[in-house]
Design a protein around this ligand. Sequence first.
Ligand code: HEM
Length: 143
Amino acid sequence: LTADEASLVQSSWKAVSHNEVEILAAVFAAYPDIQNKFPQFAGKDLASIKDTGAFATHATRIVSFLSEVIALSGNESNASAVNSLVSKLGDDHKARGVSAAQFGEFRTALVAYLSNHVSWGDNVAAAWNKALDNTYAIVVPRL
Ligand code: HEM
């Protein structure tokens, strides 16, 4: 990403990244097959798990991962650190049987959440699309 694209992604992420639980709940609501991959959440009513500590813990893990990668973006000297983090995410999720299609679902749900909760101009949308394309080019072949 250019520095300008990275700053659009960073500022829009900052506007929602405190809403960890809402973000994960939106992903699970749209794609129950993702929820069902979690042994502790599989088959449960989303409303009954959303307010639990286990849900908050996992929501924080996902959001923290995204925050870490987003903080590194826009600076070529961080490219190899990003590559290692995202490759490891892919390897760890392959080991759990998570598919590329499910990562695609996650992307769709994340973009839907963002587009409804941040100021979603064309430039912001394009910067996120590029950021996600770059990340998915690393992770998808690992799955
Ligand atoms: C851990 C499933 C996508 C970040 C996990 C775990 C499962 C899982 C089952 C283990 C949870 C536990 O042991 O309590 C899935 C599924 C996905 C998905 C089905 C479908 C798209 C993602 C994405 C991210 C992510 C896109 C990051 C943006 C993490 C992190 C952990 C984790 C940081 C904890 C560290 C680890 O154990 O690897 N995921 N995940 N996951 N997931 Fe995902």
